[in-house]
Design a protein around this ligand. Structure first.
Ligand SMILES: Cc1cc2nc3c(=O)[nH]c(=O)nc-3n(C[C@H](O)[C@H](O)[C@H](O)COP(=O)(O)OP(=O)(O)OC[C@H]3O[C@@H](n4cnc5c(N)ncnc54)[C@H](O)[C@@H]3O)c2cc1C
Length: 386
């Protein structure tokens, strides 16, 4: 654990740990099996104010920094909970805070902070664009005081659990653009009074993530729900990427620590051939190695967060933190599963659930390949692949 945590940050960590105690393994096992949203956990987090960590105090939030928010998400995962149910609110808050106007902030932020409004959905990914976001096709066409949206999104999480969804849509056709990073815009979609057809089809995926395909057919969005300037949406999203990557890193580190804790405890207790399996170097060393990798990734995560909080450029550090932490948590997951042997596959031991959940960090919201491309091309100056 870094020695730089302030008293307040240590207190946050302790308080989140305490809250998570009320949501033990059995709770998450049941939620996972039923594929239901962990509403009770989310309600408790909202009531305690942790989900509103990044909302400024003037709008009823806690007004905390990114490091604090990352500690909250890390601690959830370290305690065996699943931050995936609520992390989006923290990931996407920056878009509204930085680029929303006063009226939008006054209209939505206090409700989000109090828990009356849930904003946990962000619709970017499309089947024909994938990682190439500037190729998205879902169109928003201005008609008087509204935009009419048509198109399709895929892998959009928590749509049915959200009152507000942020949407990235095309407002200028791709072929008409000189600068291909323009022409996309961000909208606030109020799911409570959508006019037109918004068809949400759940996807059957390996984790309990409430992820959907979403079809828009003549969906009307009031023009006043445009965030910032028309055509600047891709820039706004990029602005949020560093914060998002640092938060993902923290979540992965939380998982990594959970795996290392569980593996070392089990290895110390499970006796085979007359001694604890952890006395064997074939079992002990991989756990120690996974621990070292998680701790090293954590240093990069705090380094990135510190630079972010100081307002310095931190693209390289944020990307490295995300990748190193995702790799470390996945290594720890495999080591933990190996340590548990056959029991690692038994749902009652919770390792397989966390194993499935932590696999996501290498892939989404951004793939490790995209991180390597950023480092290779933007940091090391090598030729571009895209
Ligand atoms: C559980 C889950 C939840 C999600 N939730 C959301 C959500 O809420 N909102 C949302 O908008 N999206 C969401 N996503 C989508 C996620 O962000 C995308 O999967 C991701 O952006 C990549 O798109 P793709 O899956 O189409 O992969 P593709 O772009 O098809 O890429 C496939 C593979 O090719 C690699 N690749 C592609 N181009 C290159 C290149 N130039 N160099 C090297 N490698 C390359 C990729 O890195 C990847 O490994 C979610 C995904 C999952 C699995």
């Amino acid at each position: 654990m870094p020695t730089t945590l302030t008293e307040d940050q240590l207190a946050i960590r302790g308080a989140v740990r305490e809250l998570c105690r009320d949501y033990p393994d059995a709770y998450w096992r049941e939620v996972d099996k039923a594929e239901r949203y962990p509403k009770e956990f989310i309600d408790a987090l909202t009531k305690s104010g942790y989900l509103a960590a990044l909302i400024p105090e003037e709008y009823g939030g806690a007004g905390l920094g990114l490091t604090d928010a990352s500690i909250i998400l890390e601690e959830m995962n370290r305690s065996g909970c699943n931050s995936g149910a609520c992390h989006a609110q923290m990931y996407i808050m920056g878009t509204l805070l930085r680029h929303g106007n006063d009226r939008q902030k006054k209209q939505y932020l206090p409700g989000i902070a109090s828990g009356d409004i849930r904003m946990q959905a962000f619709a970017v990914t499309e089947p024909n664009a994938g990682s190439e976001t500037t190729r998205i096709e879902t169109k928003a066409v201005r008609q008087g005081d509204k935009y009419i949206v048509n198109g399709q999104k895929i892998f959009i999480s928590r749509v049915k659990q959200s009152d507000l969804m942020l949407l990235l849509a095309r407002t200028t056709p791709y072929d008409e653009l000189k600068d291909k990073t323009r022409g996309l815009s961000v909208f606030i979609v109020d799911m409570r009074n959508v006019k037109g057809k918004l068809d949400v089809q759940p996807l059957d995926i390996m984790i309990n993530h409430h992820t959907n395909t979403v079809f828009f057919e003549d969906v009307e969005i009031p023009a006043e729900n445009l965030v910032g300037e028309e055509g600047m949406g891709f820039r706004y999203i990029i602005d949020g990427w560093n914060a998002e990557r640092i938060l993902i890193a923290a979540e992965a580190i939380g998982d990594g620590r959970w795996f290392v804790d569980r593996a070392s405890k089990y290895a110390s207790e499970r006796v085979v051939f007359g001694r604890p399996i952890g006395a064997n170097q074939g079992v002990q060393f991989p756990i120690a190695q996974a621990y070292a990798h998680v701790e090293a990734a954590d240093l990069m995560r705090f380094h990135a967060a510190e630079k972010f909080e100081r307002g310095e450029k931190c693209g390289a550090e944020a990307n490295m933190a995300k990748m190193l932490a995702a790799d470390a948590s996945w290594e720890a997951a495999n080591v933990c599963l190996n340590t548990y042997g056959g029991y690692g596959f038994a749902r009652d031991y919770d390792v397989e659930r966390k194993f499935r959940e932590t696999r996501l960090f290498s892939v989404a919201p951004v793939n490790n390949n995209m991180v390597l491309a950023f480092l290779g091309q933007n940091v090391l100056g090598m030729p571009r692949s895209y």
